[in-house]
Design a protein around this ligand. Sequence first.
Ligand SMILES: Cc1ncc(COP(=O)(O)O)c(C=O)c1O
Length: 365
Amino acid sequence: MPSFTDADQRGIARRGWTGQNRSPYTDGVGETATVSLTRAELDAATRLVHRTLPSTPAYRWPLLAAELGVEVWVKHENHLPVGAFKVRGGLVYVDRLLHRRPSVRGLISATTGNHGQSLAFAGRAAGLPVHIVVPLGNSPDKNAAMRALGAEVIEHGHDYQVAREHAASLAADDPRLEIVPSFHPDLVLGVATYARELFDTVAQLDTVYVPIGMGSGCCGLIAVRDLLGVPTEIVGVVSERADATARSFAAGEVVVTDSADTFIDGVATRSPDPEAIRRIVAGAARIVTISEDEAAQAMRLHFRTTHNAPEPAGSLALAGLLKEANRAQHKRVALIQTGGNIDSTTFATVLEGRTPTPPSPLIRS
Ligand SMILES: Cc1ncc(COP(=O)(O)O)c(C=O)c1O
């Protein structure tokens, strides 16, 4: 991973983008986010992302197909340099930021993991300092990965909410910092590039299962599906212990829950974004909820049949398909493996046949 990043840094330096807050992309993705995606925006975002990141593979794993009795494709976002799909959004967000706010001098955000790695990666490529506030007790592996990408990781507060307030107060102290949210149209546009790769690779998909945290992945899939005019169902998957998005989908408006007490940290959301909910209500077929045990079971199956390590949210799509196995018979299905950043202790627990307990209140937004 570091070698890819370093090579990329060298590439950017060769193109003359060495921290002067100037995009190297003469055909960048523009300055203004739009709600519905245009072909031109998606093309520009794809070019931008592919200058730094490879397309990720979508594989049919024979053992997985045999176990499920379904034609199933796994889109391997875990193969990206930060081990998760989020980095696509970070690259597009930063590119647009440099157009819309050329005076910006750094990024700040609160996160428990992959969003922070994404910003660290994209900020480093743009020469922008990145400050990530995480709650005390956050995954040491994810903290180390963010630091290795050059971010300042500030451990503060007993939960995500306190970390978020601290990030806001640091941003207020230094107005040159951009406070980056965890859902934004530019993040969706970047993430939509994996959806485009998937639809380009696999024709006539009946259903795509995708985990939902704040919804950028799900919204990206919906936007590309609609742009292409194909009938593929997009099915969101959430934790039943962090089911604010499922409740919001049922209600047709944002429903906030009091807790998000799940070990599936990438989807531990209790306060969904209104714009994300609007798009998901309009474009998703349904939302499936998964128990902690079902999530752990899916992780074991995922690893046994593909030998790709999944982080808990990374095999949530498979958990959704397992729950709908009957419905999926004779269909062509894709699963998004959104990430592979799992701590070895958590993974060991799962592989021993047990279900991890949430380490701390990993509540997002
Ligand atoms: C591995 C992984 N999967 C899924 C999600 C949820 O993604 P989104 O917030 O785009 O719904 C996240 C969010 O951080 C994640 O890290």
